[in-house]
Design a binder for this molecule. Structure first.
Ligand SMILES: [Zn+2]
Length: 495
């Protein structure tokens, strides 16, 4: 919210009505242009949570501000903000390593210097934000995230990542993802993380995936002033639109043509509101997906909406270990896992149980191991299928252990078939080369972990061509390795 209201268009009270319970405004502009001395909630007529930025954005834009760190902190206390920010020095875009380093160092020193003020009596009820700077220099971001932890515990409540605005404007999401990870993985997991300047539905879910909790952005107005219409898949110019792509109150009332004919000021207001509705919808979708335990599936779908989103998604692959570590594995009322693309092989809900099974396979105490394709969700059919194979392969069924194999899911101990996630997944994916390669890997890995004298049988269905390919690749991998295992393969008619 622009505290001078020159450039605001949507009132804070309207924001609250639209479902935004917290807003951010700028303490530096408030002090410089309005200089209120009482509660900012009264001034803005906003009863929700108010966060005040310190003027860092003005430093970024104009190269300096006429206020000191201590003054702006004191001022934020005086106007009773809920969430305050120290006067950090944003790392500018396109600066050298040394310049980036000095902005990060200066921000860090200012956080140290702020400890005394933020703990003073009139500042105590405020949640203070500790920004970490460094720009695209990941080593700098990491170093100052680590260093800041001690300072953080002296009165701060929220970490923030500064200055990705230019990167976000240029859709360089991969760099932003790396920066987020550098902070998130080096500060306590329990500390909330704010991302400055992020307000586009294409980046928000990926930032959330890495543990960002809060965002702010003026994009809704900046875009509207430029006649840009945000959608959850990307941004349009209003003149490009034949149809509205949303059902918010604005888009339900006006066609793009009608919107274009509305006078500029009113149009900026309407477009701003539309943009906000879209951002709110994105946030709600994210929250719902997290509640349902289907956030990975959501990210997969999002990645197909825009090349920048795809890049952000693929950058997450670098941090899978971190994501798995912090993914709650089981939840009550868990829903079916949706296997929607070949990237479902990285879904934590698939990968975590896969690893558990692999970690236990070397302790299996059976002399015969049989890998059987999982070909039907019908339990009775599958039971008959497996017992027929067992009769054929082994006279003593008690001595055999059966693993069912399935694309993406991996291998399933037969006795666990009725448990989550094996009993509950929906697949809508073409079996690609990457998926076959992945299944080859997991079966090969399992075989290599089995005891040397185990007799192994790989069953496959003659009529399913990818299974033949799979068996060929496993045999090839066995031949290329020095592993000595007794393996038989057997093609059967499955239908
Ligand atoms: Zn709309």
């Amino acid at each position: 919210v622009d505290p001078t209201f020159r450039d605001q268009y949507v009132k804070p009270s309207e924001l609250l009505e639209m479902g935004f319970n917290s807003i951010i405004t700028n303490a530096y502009l408030l002090k410089k242009h309005v200089n209120i001395v009482s509660d900012v909630h009264n001034y803005l007529r906003f009863s929700g949570v108010i966060m005040t930025d310190s003027g860092a954005y003005q430093i970024l834009k104009y190269g300096g501000v006429e206020v000191s760190n201590e003054e702006i902190i004191q001022y934020q206390c005086k106007i009773k903000t809920d969430i305050g920010v120290i006067l950090d020095i944003p790392t500018q875009y396109n600066v050298s390593f040394d310049e980036a380093y000095s902005s990060a160092l200066e921000t860090y020193s200012r956080a140290q210097e702020a400890i005394k003020v933020i703990n003073s009596e009139q500042c105590q009820d405020i949640l203070w934000v500790l920004p970490v700077q460094g720009g695209v220099y990941i080593d700098i971001v990491k170093e100052f995230a680590q260093k800041s932890v001690d300072v953080f515990y002296n009165g701060f409540s929220i970490f923030a990542l500064g200055s990705p605005t230019t990167l976000l404007e240029q859709y360089l999401f991969d760099k932003v993802i790396d920066m987020i990870f550098a902070v998130r993985s080096n500060v306590p997991f329990s500390a909330p993380l704010h991302l400055f300047g992020a307000g586009h539905p294409l980046i928000i879910p990926f930032a959330v995936a890495l543990g960002v909790d809060m965002f702010d952005s003026a994009s809704y107005i900046l875009y509207a002033k430029d006649d840009r219409y945000i959608t959850r898949k990307g941004t349009y110019r209003l003149k490009e639109l034949e149809y509205t792509l949303c059902s918010c109150p604005i888009c339900s009332k006006y066609s793009p043509k009608e919107l274009r004919e509305i006078p500029k000021n009113e149009r900026v207001k309407l477009l701003s509101m539309h943009n906000l509705y879209v951002i709110r919808e994105e946030i709600n979708e994210i929250k719902q997906a997290i509640k349902e335990g289907r956030f990975w599936e959501y990210l997969e779908a999002k990645a197909y909406m825009h090349p920048a989103a795809k890049k952000a998604f693929e950058t997450l692959f670098k941090y899978l270990e971190y994501l798995y570590k912090h993914t709650p594995y089981s939840k009550p009322n868990v829903k079916a896992v949706l296997l929607v693309s070949q990237n479902s092989i990285y879904n934590p809900k698939v990968l975590i149980p896969r690893r558990k099974i692999l970690s236990r396979i070397s302790t299996v105490n059976k002399s015969i191991i049989i890998f059987i394709p999982y070909i039907s969700k019908d339990k009775v059919f599958m039971n008959n299928f497996v017992s027929n194979i067992l009769k054929y392969v082994s006279t003593d069924t008690g001595s055999a252990k059966v693993y069912l194999y399935y694309p993406i899911i991996g291998i399933i101990p037969y006795e666990l078939l009725t448990l989550f996630p094996y009993s509950q997944f929906e697949i809508g994916v073409e079996i690609t080369d990457k998926i076959i390669e992945d299944l080859t890997y997991i079966i090969f890995e399992s075989i290599s972990l089995l005891k040397k004298d185990t007799s192994i049988t790989l069953i496959w269905c003659k009529e399913i061509s990818w299974q033949q390919e799979l068996i060929n690749r496993i045999i090839k991998a066995m031949n290329n390795s020095k592993l000595q295992r007794h393996i038989k393969t057997m093609a059967i008619e499955c239908t």
